[in-house]
Write a protein of this length. Sequence first.
Length: 318
Amino acid sequence: MPSSVTNAEITLNMDNYLISIVGPTGIGKTNLSLKLASNYNSEIISSDSRQFYKEIPIGTAAPTLVELKSAKHHFIHHVSIKDNYNVGAFQKDANIQIEKSLSSNPVVIMVGGSGLYVDAVINGIDEFPKVDPEIRKLLKIQLATIGIEKLQIELKKLDPKIYNSIDLKNPQRVIRALEICIGTNKPYSSFLKRKKYKTNFKTISIGLKAERQLIYDRINDRVDKMIENGLLDEARSVFKYRDLNSLNTVGYKELFNYFDGKWTLEYAVSEIKKNSRRYAKRQITWFNKDKKTKWFEHDTSFKDITSYLDEELKKPID
């Protein structure tokens, strides 16, 4: 159904808009992004950090070839698992691409469940001073020898504020915070959001939600379909690169344990489902922190969603 706001009307407003679609994995973000891209004749920016990698389309639930052809996408399968691609690089690349896309159409769609990457585009990223790389090497050795719990205790002493706000079960986050604390002799949190971030677009953030059990059921079904579609073969094809950070993710590390003979296939699949559900829970927690996001039930009619967006598109940028 066509929107009540035409592309010509938006152009006359002379304001640029980024419509950001967020929500937990498996909720229907891709489908909505395709409909909105068609409705507003827009290009799509993917902010799903797992879908960047061209070697692993099945386990990352990347859009199908048909879906990719139905709208112009950016940042899908554009780098290799062997490339050192991070949130800083993505933020720079995404803003360049958004500016290019906005030059031909004042509306761009961004979709993805990687909260840190979404936040980087909308709010910018914090700049940290360079520290001695030996600190990170030492922390990694400590992680392997004494475990993450000791590092968590150390972080709590050095920066209780960041200790209470990051995912303490994620060793990369803990080590990153610690290396800044140790290398600068200042709390990691003292470097957060020190600069005001400006963009040439207004962000309209919408989210899809559903009852927890429905989300979990959809995740379980999605994992089963991934297995049917060849996830085992895909994981086996990248097994020799298992130590890469890009593969330290749900769907692959569990199957690597199966290939190693540590787990049965049945148990590995059950762990993929469990860890995917945990990931969805963390996504919900992250995105709920943004009070500017307008939430819709996953089965809200497209007309109701575009009615809301049309009204927002009419508002001038402050």
